[in-house]
Design a protein around this ligand. Structure first.
Ligand SMILES: *[C@@H]1O[C@H](CO)[C@@H](O)[C@H](O)[C@H]1NC(C)=O
Ligand SMILES: *[C@@H]1O[C@H](CO)[C@@H](O)[C@H](O)[C@H]1NC(C)=O
Ligand SMILES: *[C@@H]1O[C@H](CO)[C@@H](O)[C@H](O)[C@H]1NC(C)=O
Length: 283
């Protein structure tokens, strides 16, 4: 004899539930919920780990500009270039009404008004003490930063991401000032127009000011590069593609397309004229 489907259902319903089967049922129902909860915890903890372990690259880029009206165009260009990245541009300036200040962070700069060094040349064009004072102030304010001269222009949007990666392994980076100086590592000058600087504990940065007057320098460059080479162990030199410029003491063979930045590259006027049509401007 065969049972009809209705009867099977009746039988099933009439079976008295034992405590074990109730426990089993509860387990069956709650198991997927437990799994979900477990997964949920996993997902959120993975996200927060990623958040803390891999923060977005963020370089603080600093420029100092005062009394150099014609260089505002470079600063405006760099502001546009940097604003579209995950890095921050701080412009220390005596003219916070510049249109680019809406897009970048302009910080009012008061001149240090320190005396010119009394060397053979004194202060020919500008007081090197202003830049040295600015670097001393900046290293106090920012744990690490990339300094750019205001006559330097960024040529490639990926420059700062690459510089950020390059700077993770070092405390100081700059390119050499000359091609043909053949002296010991410690005496070779850096160009101070583009420098990555990380603040180190136990380094007395105000000594830069003292040595500026001691050495009677008319330029900040010798003082700054000697200071960092003597006080830092973990510094490195950047190849000239990072800091393409017109080197006075020798021929520099960096193709224009390879340059991350231009600094004082008079020989590239034709290129700049063409670039002017694509130069980013503040509307
Ligand atoms: C630089 O100095 C080293 C060691 O004194 C010497 O061997 C080398 O030939 C020099 N290079 C140039 C370009 O003068
Ligand atoms: C740092 O150097 C300056 C100039 O040489 C000096 O006056 C000052 O006392 C030094 N500061 C410390 C904390 O050593
Ligand atoms: C690029 O354009 C700016 C603003 O119009 C101008 O001042 C500058 O002379 C131009 N540069 C070149 C190389 O043509």
């Amino acid at each position: 004899m065969s049972l009809k489907p209705g009867k099977i259902a009746q039988r099933a319903l009439s079976v008295k539930p034992s405590p074990t089967s109730i426990a089993f049922l509860i387990f069956l129902v709650s198991f997927p919920i437990l799994l979900l909860l477990h997964d949920g915890v996993n997902i959120s903890s993975t996200l927060s780990l990623q958040h803390f372990q891999r923060p977005k690259p963020r370089l603080n880029v600093l420029t100092l500009i005062y009394d150099q009206k014609s260089d505002h165009i470079n600063v405006a260009h760099n502001c546009r270039m940097i604003s579209s990245t995950s890095h921050k541009f701080f412009i220390h300036t005596d003219d916070i009404l510049q249109p680019y200040c809406k897009e970048c962070t302009c910080i009012e700069h008061k001149l240090a008004q320190c005396p010119c060094p009394t060397g053979t040349h004194g202060c020919q064009v500008k007081n090197p003490c202003e830049k040295v004072e600015f670097l001393i102030e900046s290293v106090t304010r920012y744990e690490e930063f990339l300094f750019l001269d205001n006559d330097l222009i960024i040529m490639k949007p990926e420059f700062l991401d690459h510089m950020w990666a390059r700077s993770r392994a070092h405390d100081f980076l700059a390119s050499y000032a000359h091609l043909t100086v053949n002296s010991s590592r410690y005496l070779r000058n850096f160009n101070s127009g583009l420098m990555f600087i990380r603040r180190l504990p136990d380094v007395n940065y105000t000594k830069m000011r003292t040595s500026l007057y001691f050495h009677k320098k008319e330029q900040d460059q010798g003082v700054v590069s000697t200071f960092f080479q003597q006080n830092y162990k973990n510094w490195d030199s950047l190849s000239w593609k990072w800091h393409c410029r017109n080197l006075k003491r020798g021929y520099q063979d960096v193709p224009l397309e390879a340059c991350y930045t231009f600094h004082d590259r008079v020989e590239v006027d034709d290129f700049l004229i063409r670039m002017n049509t694509t130069r980013l401007t503040i509307p």
